[in-house]
Design a protein around this ligand. Sequence first.
Ligand SMILES: [Zn+2]
Length: 144
Amino acid sequence: MSQNSAATNTRQISHYDVLQVANDATVEEIRKAYQTLALQFHPDKRKNDPDSERFIRIDGAWKVLRDEQSRRVYDAELMQRSCEDEYFVNEILTKADFDRNHEDGYNYHACRCGGYYVLPDEPIIEKIYVGCDECSLVVQVNPS
Ligand SMILES: [Zn+2]
């Protein structure tokens, strides 16, 4: 499953996701969410829990979001990330949407720029991203 891993786009969990609050939550709402989760996941209370990373993430998220300035910087990063996601994924396809080149054993799909998205002739186990060979557009290919 290592093919195309360079192009695989794993969406990161945001600090808001970690604290289970809306992106426009007030500091007070975030503080309450943090206090609840921090109590629940504090390492002192969960000695046998292998997921101590969870508390570190909760604590890290709170440290960024409690401060107006660092939250603003973080929001700008999040915004940029989501814009990039929307810009890059041009179409969502399955392998059935590709035409097959029998001679050379690969699959291709025409991009609107005149270039091609080329898919190796291998089973798709999890969704992958394929870039156009001519422009910067990307299609998402789901397992069929
Ligand atoms: Zn293209």
